[in-house]
Each structure stands twice: as C-alpha cells, then as structure tokens.
Design a protein around this ligand. Structure first.
Ligand SMILES: Nc1ncnc2c1ncn2[C@@H]1O[C@H](COP(=O)(O)OP(=O)(O)OP(=O)(O)O)[C@@H](O)[C@H]1O
Ligand SMILES: [Mg+2]
Length: 411
C-alpha cells in the first residue's frame, strides 16, 4: 500500500465508536477527506482504556476500513484524549522582557509560557496543553501576539490542560499496538471546537457541549481562547440504558429505538404515534406509544443539561456565553434536544456538524464526527507551523516518546 506521508490522520477512540479520518491538507488550513473508517469501540469506558486487547482490535478495524477507502497505509495519527481524568485550570506567568531595546522576542514568549506552566501538578498527572489566552505588555492587555512590542514586563494568561499519565499511556500503547505511531495527543474538546465553532463564536463566548456515549464534554471559549473545561460522566449510553429498563427491551434494541424514534421532548410527540418494542426472553413484541418513550428519555436529558447549567454557574462562565451554546457529538442528534437545552440554559442553542470539508465529506458530516474531523484539522494546522522546542523537556522524561510529543503542542 502507498505511504501517507503528506496526509494527516485523526483518530478518535470514543466510548461507543473508534473513528479514523485520513485527510489531505489544503491551503488555508482546510482538509479534503480521502478515507474514513469506524468500528464499534470495545475496551473503553468513559474515554479510558479498560481492556487493551479489545481496544487494539477496534482501532485496527477502524484503521483498516479507512486505509481501504483511501488506498494507502496509515503510519501516524493525531489522537484525541478525553475522559473525566482530563482537567483544565487557568494560570498566569510574568517575566521581564530580556532584550536591551525592550522588544518582546519569541524567546520571551516561550519564557513567559514556561513561567505560566509552573504550577503544582500531582505526580500521576501531566500537563499536555498550555493554551495561551492573552498577553499583557506592561499595562497593555488583550494582546494576541506580543512579539515585536516594546515594554519592560510581559505577562501571559494561559489555560493548562492536564491528564492522568497512566490513562494517556494506555491510549498510546493501544494505538502503537495497532501498528500506528502517535503524532501527538490532542484534547478532544479543542479538536471538536476546531471542526464546528466559528471564529466569532470563539471570540464572543460560546459553550461547546459534546454529548458522547459515556461522557458529556463541556468547553467554554471566550475572546478566542479556552477558558473552562469540564467532563460529566453521563451521555447517550445512559439514555439507552433508561430505555432498556423502562421498556424492558435488550440494550441493542433500546439503542435502535432511541435513534429511530427517540425524542427528548415529550410535548413534541403526537400522542397517537406508536412504536414496536421487542421483548426480552423470546416474548412477543409489543406496541407502545412513542409518547412513553419520550417520557423515559426526557428526564435523563434534562438531568444532563441541569448538570451543565450547574457547572456553568459554579464556574461563573454562564455569564460569558454571549454567543450561546453549540451541541455536537452523537448524542446531539436526538430530536428535541435543542429545545431542552434552550430551556435549561436560557441561551440560544444550535446543533453542529463539521462543515467546509472537501473530498469524501459526506461520510463524516454528522455531529458524531466532529471530534475526528477536528483532530485531522488540528494536525493539518500544526503541520503547517514551524516546530518549537520545549523550554523544559526534562519534565517529560518519565513518559514515552509519544506522550512527550504533547510538548510539541505547547506553544
Ligand atoms: N440519531 C441519533 N439519535 C440519538 N442518539 C444518537 C443518534 N446517533 C447516535 N446517537 C448516540 O450518540 C452516542 C454516541 O455518540 P459519539 O459517537 O459522539 O460517542 P463517542 O465519541 O463514541 O463517546 P465518548 O465521546 O463519550 O467517548 C450514543 O449514545 C448513541 O446512541
Ligand atoms: Mg466522543
């Protein structure tokens, strides 16, 4: 098979599906899709590997499908990292501008970012993104790129993302054992935001909510940068479980019924509508009203959004989301979910899938593919940038080379 050195590959190892996207970078940071593969995810729980062999098999299956479509072999991938072990915190650093002419240089920027990342992290966690929010040169704030500006003092506000070392290492091991190198690990929320949020939304203030199978990920953007992150340990699988219990039907049937007939808002459903529900243990299928299905789904979806509302209020970012909320992830495909979200969060809500893709875009233009598309987009953009060496590489020598490549993402 031909090699894929010019292509970028996104690999999203989710709780319900493993998804691979092979893309060709275009001018201006866009991508053309040349291959995509998906396989049911086994061996993952809430974004974390719990069975390595099963996870490796799922990754291999998804990669083979994508390779077949692209007609070329995958060697490296940009891999998403997610799950309740991922945390974010805001930090700041201050340094004196070093040059005699007091002009801020690239080295000053690296030094101030290194100062900002000097926070106490427990030994079982690693920093894997230091995302600049804005810089201050003396008293001038709100600066995006301070290089070339004149002043005595440079300050950086950053968002630091940390993850469990063992969870990340297990992910890297699974990918390696599937025969693929990890080009870098990328926060899934950051990737999904690249695929679905506009620059205006990131600037004005938006909460992006990715409703997956096992988790619901929240990220708040304001003034062009990440301000807050949270992962709720609940998602579409919980809705399916409620349906299975409520309708006394097997889980795969509950999943099928949810996707085909599910509606998160009971008042949107005509009370005359009926659905056929298979029973467990070989009993006869039953006819039930679709309204009953909605009444099972609605409380769980309301619970997810009330947890999000609490999280936004606790962090005080509920006042920052002037452009509203964007829903994505497979769970966002549920009918009526937008209405529930608008009611719970009291802001405008839109549902989003990746846009502006070239090539075989149809296969990945759904909310469930936002993360994998974002990973490829992120990879394409990073490739186009000149590499920057880390200021303190020694901090990373405990973990494998692949995890260490996180450092390439720092600045
Ligand atoms: N049409 C649909 N209607 C309702 N729910 C859907 C639909 N399509 C997919 N889902 C739900 O979306 C969830 C999977 O979403 P997604 O593919 O984004 O998850 P994942 O990335 O595998 O998981 P996670 O992000 O939690 O690790 C499942 O619970 C599935 O039932
Ligand atoms: Mg996901």
């Amino acid at each position: 098979m031909a090699r894929l050195s010019t292509h970028v590959v996104g690999l999203d190892i989710g709780t319900t599906k493993v998804c691979v996207l092979i893309a060709e970078p275009r001018e201006g940071g866009a991508i053309d899709v040349v291959g995509c593969g998906s396989a049911p995810s086994r061996g993952m729980r809430k974004g974390v590997v719990v069975n390595l062999d099963a996870c490796v098999a799922s990754i291999k299956q998804a990669i083979e499908e994508a390779e077949l479509m692209a007609g070329a072999a995958v060697e490296k991938a940009w891999v998403g990292v997610a799950g309740p072990h991922v945390r974010g915190l805001n930090s700041r650093g201050v340094v004196a501008v070093s040059g005699r002419d007091h002009e801020v240089s690239r080295e000053d920027v690296q030094r101030v970012l290194s100062a900002a990342r000097a926070v106490n992290i427990p030994p079982d966690r690693e920093i894997f993104h230091v995302l600049p929010q804005e810089y201050m040169v003396d008293d001038q704030d709100g600066i995006h790129d301070p290089v070339g500006m004149t002043g005595a003092k440079l300050q950086a506000n950053v968002h630091i993302v940390t993850a469990s070392v063992s969870a990340a290492q297990n992910l890297v091991n699974s990918v390696n054992r599937a025969g693929v190198e990890v080009e870098a690990m990328v926060l899934e929320q950051l990737a999904a935001a690249d695929a679905v949020l506009s620059a205006d939304e990131k600037e004005m203030g938006t909460a992006l909510i990715d409703i997956g199978g096992g988790t619901t990920d929240l990220v708040v953007f304001e003034r062009g940068a990440i301000r807050h992150l949270a992962v709720l340990p609940t998602g579409g699988e919980h809705v399916t479980n409620d349906i299975a219990v409520g309708l006394r039907t097997p889980i795969p049937e509950a999943e099928r019924i949810k996707k085909k007939h599910g509606c998160a808002l009971a008042s949107l459903v005509d009370d005359e509508e009926t659905i056929e529900v298979p029973s467990v243990g070989g009993r006869k299928a039953r006819l039930l009203s679709r309204q009953i299905l909605s009444e099972i789904i609605q409380p769980r979806v309301e619970e997810i959004f009330s947890l999000i509302a609490e999280e936004l209020a606790r962090s005080a970012f509920d006042r920052s989301i002037h452009a509203g909320v964007v829903l994505t992830g497979g769970g966002a495909m549920l009918e009526g979910i937008q209405e529930i979200a608008e009611d719970a969060l009291d802001v405008p809500v839109r549902r989003a899938a990746p846009i502006d893709l070239g090539g075989l875009a149809d296969s990945v233009s759904t909310p469930a593919h936002s993360t994998v598309v974002g990973l490829a987009l992120y990879g394409a953009r990073q490739r186009a940038r000149p590499p920057v060496r880390p200021a303190y590489p020694s901090l990373f020598f405990r973990v494998s080379d692949a995890v260490r490549t996180w450092f390439g993402e720092l600045f």
